[in-house]
Design a protein around this ligand. Structure first.
Ligand code: NOJ
Length: 526
């Protein structure tokens, strides 16, 4: 039995936790239909990326990219030793994909072009007509079905020849990226009116050059990540300005870059240092990319510049590990986006790192100065990194809206958001995730005045999830990776999403969860 002092102690702990939960905006389960609806001009979509679904790795004249090459030479880098050779085989089944998208009833499809499918060596002196035709057919078929293609140019599949040059840490790659983008605009700009230059450059730079999770890593922690950051931003600006000058007058399309962040909830919202840690996290994670493009003054955020300069000085560097833009680059970057493209999946709790040890080791993590934990009350998905806290989505959107005035004029599109499980079509937890996260958007729009105009569920179907291979799933459609046809089957979440798209409201009871279902994710906060 518990002693009375232990009971008192536990009661105090529970009370503190409940107060924290309240402060973090967690309330109880919702049922029925949401009272807010999505505005008429709100666009629903669904997304994929070439390497994650296409397969056909050496078919139709395609050249190798860094994933092809690395996974063939070192299969153990994926947890299941798998690769993307066939994947969901969208190279052959793209018409099935389009049928699936039609069934969802969405207005837009986000997909990416595989750089080496249209330029096998990565360079524009050799254009692969079969690859060119492949994407042209998809875009035409999408448009026939009234589905707007939203196209990412770089979704992490660097042409292999550029890997020997260092990939994004070699500024020369910016030129080749610009050449590739020009070819894509010339070939498809009559059909594609929404372009995304680079997908999540923050995660790409971190995973490739800091944590060595993606192929192509060279090892200079705390240094290369910023060269990659710098070059990705310069590459984005180059492509944006090139489109503006050479194509926009005729094609009238829009261009942006995809940025990503989890929501960093202050560990204790009443502690100013935890609130500051949250701000520091955001500035390092997303502000480093968003500030040069979306702020009025441009360039890296002051806090980021100061942090990395100070740390570099302490560590004995004669120059900052964060490179400087030229004045021309600052100008080219400022305003180089026609909308804000945001990816969001998860939340964390944050507090400051302890000063006495952290600065000594060179790393991005130490530069942030932020200690990352999670709330014990949040449930986790099948991925170690995904913690479910729907209000974090709304808070992140509000943070962007409050930080960048330009977002009153240009809209925010959520270009990725989705739930990870281990597979199966009875995906009640994914249904809950989509309901709970999507519900945050009408709140952000109607109650907070945020300028969110679209949402893309991630993803259309189960796919190759980078180093996790095929072990974890994101799809609204399940893919049987053991069947030669890669048979696709709608999950409950597909029916649920189609209902949201059709009714423009969230019906929390549309998919009824069986009473006795034993699941790890409970319905959470609204
Ligand atoms: C972001 C990436 O853009 C996408 O490729 C990936 O599948 C999701 N995050 C989930 O990890």
């Amino acid at each position: 039995m518990w002693s009375s002092s232990a009971v008192a102690r536990n009661t105090a702990v529970l009370l503190t936790i409940s107060l924290l939960q309240l402060a973090r905006g967690i309330s109880i389960v919702k049922s029925g239909v949401s009272n807010y609806s999505f505005p008429d001009d709100f666009i629903f979509g669904v997304g994929t990326a070439a390497f994650q679904i296409e397969g056909g790795w050496n078919e139709g004249g395609k050249g190798e990219n860094m994933w092809d090459t690395k996974l063939h030479s070192e299969p153990t880098i994926t947890v299941d030793h798998s690769n993307g050779d066939v994947s969901a085989d969208s190279y052959h089944h793209y018409m099935d994909d389009i049928e699936m998208i039609k069934k969802l009833g969405v207005q837009a499809y986000r997909m990416s072009i595989s750089w080496t499918r249209i330029l096998p060596n990565g360079t524009d002196n050799n254009i692969n007509q079969e690859g060119v035709k492949y994407y042209r057919t998809i875009f035409e078929e999408l448009l026939k079905a009234n589905i707007t293609p939203v196209v990412t140019l770089y979704h992490w599949d660097m042409p292999t020849p550029f890997i020997a040059l260092g990939g994004w840490i070699n500024a020369k790659v910016i030129d080749y990226f610009e050449d590739y983008a020009r070819v894509a605009f010339r070939l498809y700009g009559d059909l594609v009116k929404m372009w995304l230059t680079i997908n999540e450059p923050n995660e790409n730079c971190k995973n490739t050059y800091e944590y060595y999770k993606l192929p192509a890593a060279v090892k200079l922690q705390g240094v290369e990540i910023y060269i990659c950051t710098h070059n990705s931003l310069r590459a984005h600006a180059r492509v944006y300005r090139m489109y503006e000058k050479e194509f926009k007058p005729d094609q009238q399309g829009k261009v942006s870059i995809v940025l990503e962040s989890a929501w960093p909830e202050p560990n204790d919202p009443n502690k100013p240092e935890d609130v500051e840690a949250s701000e520091n996290y955001l500035q390092m994670q997303i502000g480093m990319f968003a500030h040069p493009i979306f702020s009025e003054e441009g360039d890296y955020p002051r806090v980021v510049r100061e942090k990395i300069n100070n740390m570099s000085r302490l560590q004995g560097f004669a120059r900052s590990r964060l490179p400087y833009f030229t004045d021309e680059e600052v100008t080219a970057l400022r305003g180089s986006a026609d909308f804000f493209a945001l990816n969001h999946y998860s939340s964390m709790t944050v507090s400051p790192l302890k000063e006495d040890y952290y600065w000594k080791d060179l790393s991005y993590y130490n530069d942030t100065g932020v200690h990352i934990q999670v709330d014990p009350f949040w449930t986790r998905s099948a991925a170690f990194w995904q913690y479910i806290y729907p209000p974090g989505f709304r808070k992140l959107i509000n943070w962007l809206q409050n930080n960048y005035k330009i977002l009153r004029e240009i809209p925010i599109f959520i270009t990725e958001n989705g739930y990870i499980d281990l597979g199966g079509t009875e995906d009640y937890e994914r249904v809950d995730y989509y309901n709970d996260y999507l519900y945050q958007l009408p709140l952000a729009i109607h109650e907070d005045g945020c300028n969110v105009k679209g949402y893309f569920a991630w993803s259309l179907m189960d796919h190759f999830e980078w180093r996790d291979g095929y072990t974890i799933k994101f799809g609204l459609y399940s893919v049987d990776f053991n069947s030669p046809n890669r048979t696709r089957t709608p999950k409950l979440s597909a029916y649920n999403y189609a209902n949201i798209v059709r009714t423009r409201r969230i019906d929390f009871d549309y998919i009824k969860r069986p009473e006795n279902l034993n699941t790890t994710t409970s319905k959470l906060a609204k």
